[in-house]
Design a protein. Structure first.
Length: 476
């Protein structure tokens, strides 16, 4: 740059020496070098700026292409998003080995089994706030399961747990079992792909679908392997890790959980370290046939009445059954994992038992003398309106509960002080009466059990069922 300016100055000086007006030439010689230095500097600035602009324009063009490898379009089937790559449309899981062995993961692994697009995409998932991770009283993970018909509507539930909690869990497990032949396949929506890519979620993909119990069944051995690894790492000095420090908060996929949900249950677990803590549950009642929730008028025969901790627990915090949809926090030390896997993973159990995960989990805990306590959260999780009506077992909940309690009592030797309705041994007419009592009016007989305007007389139905089942005042 100095040479260029000097060359221009020399040219100006030569021109001025040839000028006829010596005074004007002298004045020009004094002013011209300053003007040319400024002009030359401006040219340099423009050249450098142009090169920088071209450099960044090239990078923008490069990344706009390279960051979407193979992604040529997104197609939508209702609310479910699938991705079309250059090679194929990835709309279902890849195949997995045909065995029932649960995968073992190493601690700090981002994902266990993940089924991404063929080419990895940049994640657009929100950023988690790691500042509110709490390690007081040990590790805490969340475990849940979803089904193919609900997976597209899972985002509000996941967001409430991942990004809006005052106390962040250490990990969130999502169980997506391989479906049996002929069953719907999981189609991974874009938000879930992004969350797994970002490390927010660990997906477990067992090869067999045991039903609702999957929400905890497969997380237990994974967490046990992490505990054993930590214990192994501490073998050269005094071990400080115990299974009691490993906590699992299992819940349902069709609820939206309030911001203090994890924090409060973690605090209550620390306050009552030897109890399962939950927000909703029920005391078993002999010869129950129906399910009631929160309405005090249903805290009577023939209802199994679920109440909320701190709101209508009537001074007794202990219950027999806790409800997973409201959130239940257990500790690894409450389980013999191998034993639980064998009992809860029994493929020969009746369908009603398979659908009654709350009863199976609580029945096992009952056999180990682990108490279940309701706590006051000061809030109630809300239903996700998009998913709560899909694949809902509400209409058969009373039947499943009867089947489960009878089976678990006879096979596990628990709850012996109760008498349960042997639903599977009843004839079709009696089963229809039970459904009628549940206000399924299409099952009600068209006889004296209906009023003059054709409405069922449910009180009369209950009295008739009590006579048939030899039940008096709900005791039998």
């Amino acid at each position: 740059m100095t040479l260029l300016v000097q060359k221009n100055d020399d040219c100006v000086e030569e021109d001025n020496r040839n000028s006829s007006n010596h005074d004007e030439s002298s004045h020009s010689i004094l002013q011209s070098p300053r003007r040319n230095v400024v002009a030359a500097s401006a040219k340099v600035f423009v050249m450098v700026g142009g090169m920088v602009a071209l450099f960044w324009l090239g990078r923008i063009v490069f990344f706009s292409v390279s960051q979407q490898p193979g992604l040529v379009e997104a197609s939508h089937d209702g609310a479910v998003t699938t991705f079309k790559t250059k090679d194929e449309l990835r709309s279902s899981f890849t195949s997995s080995p045909n065995n029932n062995t649960l995968p073992q993961i190493q601690e700090n692994t981002t994902t266990n089994i993940l089924f991404p697009l063929q080419e990895t995409q940049n994640s657009t998932a929100p950023t988690m706030n790691n500042s509110n991770h709490g390690n007081g009283n040990g590790r805490l993970v969340i475990s849940m399961k979803t089904v193919p018909s609900r997976i597209a509507f899972l985002q509000p539930t996941l967001d409430s747990l991942l990004f809006h909690q005052t106390r962040q869990a250490d990990k969130l497990y999502l169980v997506l079992p391989e479906q049996a032949s002929g069953s719907p396949q999981y189609i991974i929506p874009s938000f879930l792909q992004n969350y797994t890519d970002a490390g927010h979620i660990t997906i477990l993909h067992p090869t067999y679908d045991y039903g609702a119990i999957d929400k905890i069944l497969h997380t237990l051995p994974v967490e046990e392997s992490i505990y054993q690894q930590r214990q192994q790492n501490e073998k050269n000095h005094a071990p400080s890790t115990t299974p009691h420090q490993f906590r699992i908060l299992y819940l349902d996929d069709d609820m939206i959980y309030p911001p203090r949900f994890v924090e409060v249950l973690a605090q209550k677990s620390a306050e009552f370290p030897n109890d399962v803590v939950a927000l909703s549950g029920a005391l078993l009642r002999s010869n129950f046939r129906q399910i009631g929730h929160t309405d005090p008028n249903k805290d009577r025969h023939p209802y199994l009445f679920y109440r909320l901790g701190g709101i209508d627990s009537f001074g007794n915090p202990f219950v027999d059954i806790v409800q997973g949809f409201m959130g239940v926090l257990v500790r690894l030390s409450f389980f013999n994992v191998t034993e639980f896997m064998q009992l809860a993973g029994n493929k020969s159990v009746p369908d009603g038992v398979r659908r009654s995960d709350d009863f199976v989990i609580c029945g096992y805990l009952e056999s180990r003398n682990v108490t279940r306590r309701l706590v006051d959260g000061g809030f109630t999780p809300q239903s996700n309106p998009q998913s709560s009506t899909i694949s809902n077992l509400g209409k058969t909940m009373h039947v499943n509960a009867m089947v489960a309690t009878s089976y678990l009592q006879s096979h596990w030797g628990i709850w012996r002080h109760h008498q349960f309705v042997p639903y599977e041994n009843l004839n079709e007419q009696t089963r229809d009466l039970i459904d009628c009592e549940a206000h399924h009016e299409q099952q009600c007989p068209k006889n004296e059990l209906r009023s003059a305007n054709g409405r069922p007389l449910f009180a009369n139905v209950t009295r008739l069922l009590d006579q048939i089942l030899n039940v008096w005042n709900g005791t039998g």
